[in-house]
Design a protein around this ligand. Structure first.
Ligand code: NAD
Ligand code: DAU
Length: 338
């Protein structure tokens, strides 16, 4: 059996990965380590929580008493756990440094003591390249993160590399573009705009809405990580992107159309501070290993809209009843949305 530790497995991408991994690999035993922050929810794992090859451990990656034994028992670590929302990092960056940087350090320290570990996947992000005016970022490009979230991820990205270079920990670093799909917390643009639209609530489009993101279906992301565990080379960085470069205003119109609403719900609101204009990654290196994104964006988005429409049991308790979410929404949008 292969022992796989998935940190952050109760979050959006992590929970999709746990589900994917259990279905794809009959010889994997998966342990999820997750602190269950506001973004981590056992509901995300509702159908695999009690799977015979899955164990859930609630804990902080930055707590070595919990993290050390789990890392040392693992053949493979896939490290998703992080604070992930740019807007929250602009409000307050402390938790980003604690989890994304220090938490990664704690896991890497355990990894370097391990006699068993054969792969440590550090889930980084395309945001570490900073805003890319034209063309696409190569893995060898300079890192120029521009907000506290992406700076914390860049720190973790390079720290992970240093544990390969110094201690030969079998690290691989992935830099993926914007993910979409089921179980994404309704603070990120697609689920936020969609769930607002379903309730006829205006959608707050930052600035001129001409910023560009490259959308990657979460299932394609899971396949890429799975491939890299065996086919990737230690010490290397791999970009992962969907090849779907869409302006925010066009994305918004598409979401509203799929939700059966009109553009009248769009509100142009003051921009995000330091808003990165465009991201784009060159994925040729990963494609040479045999991966290509399979989801068509229009189909994937329509399926995602259908999922949120059909699974209101999942998001209504957050949006309608969670005081912490209400408080975040008010402080983030209260002064922006009239
Ligand atoms: P998410 O916010 O949905 O989930 C993060 C998970 O990490 C949650 O379950 C949370 O409880 C857990 N967590 C947070 N702090 C923790 C701690 N100290 N100890 C243990 N668990 C903790 O995030 P996501 O969108 O699924 O992103 C997962 C990873 O992928 C992150 O590393 C993120 O930087 C990276 N990434 C995300 C995207 C994207 O578009 N969502 C794109 C590229 C890279
Ligand atoms: O690029 C990868 C990154 O994608 C990940 O590393 C991050 O964890 C993930 O959160 C995501 O970051 P973004 O900042 O791109 O995602 P977000 O959904 O917050 O915003 C997407 C775009 O939509 C961005 O240009 C800002 C805009 N936006 C977002 C929100 C929440 C709005 O116009 N209005 C909003 O209310």
């Amino acid at each position: 059996m292969v022992d796989v530790l998935v940190t952050g497995g109760a979050g959006f991408i992590g929970s999709n990965f746990v589900r994917y991994a259990l279905g794809r690999h009959a010889d994997w035993r998966v342990t999820t380590l997750d602190k269950l922050t506001y973004a981590g929810r056992l509901e995300n794992l509702h159908d695999v929580k009690d799977h015979p090859r899955h164990t859930f451990v609630r804990g902080d990656v930055a707590d070595s008493k919990i993290a050390d034994p789990l890392v040392r028992a693992a053949d493979v670590v896939v490290h998703f756990a992080a604070e992930t929302h740019v807007d929250r990092s602009i409000m307050s960056a402390g938790e980003f440094i604690k989890t994304d940087v220090f938490g990664t350090f704690v896991l890497l320290e355990a990894a370097r003591q391990s006699t068993k570990l054969r792969r440590f996947i550090q889930i980084s992000t395309d945001e570490v390249y900073g805003s890319v005016a034209e063309g696409s970022s190569q893995e060898t490009d300079e890192l120029k993160p521009r907000n506290p979230y992406s700076a914390s991820k860049a720190g973790a990205d390079r720290l992970a590399y240093s544990y390969f270079a110094t201690y030969e920990v079998p690290v691989i670093i992935t830099r993926a573009s914007n993910n979409y799909g089921p179980y994404q917390f309704p603070e990120k643009v697609i689920p936020l705009f969609l769930t607002n639209a379903l309730d006829e609530i205006p959608v707050p489009l930052y600035g001129d809405g001409l910023q560009v993101r490259d959308w990657l279906h979460v299932d394609d992301h899971c396949r890429a990580v799975d491939l890299l565990i065996d086919a990737g080379t230690s010490g290397e960085v791999y970009n992962i992107g969907g090849g779907n470069h869409v302006r925010n205003v066009d994305l918004t119109r598409q979401i509203l159309l799929l939700a059966g609403k009109t553009d009248a719900l769009i509100r142009h609101v003051p921009d995000r501070q330091g808003h990165d204009r465009r991201y784009s990654v060159d994925t040729a290196k990963l494609q040479r290993l045999g991966w290509t994104p399979s989801a068509r964006f229009d189909e994937g988005l329509a399926q995602t809209v259908a999922w949120y429409r059909d699974n209101q049991w999942w998001w209504r308790p957050i949006k309608d009843a969670d005081p912490a979410y209400r408080s975040y929404y008010t402080s983030q949008y209260g002064n922006r949305l009239p």
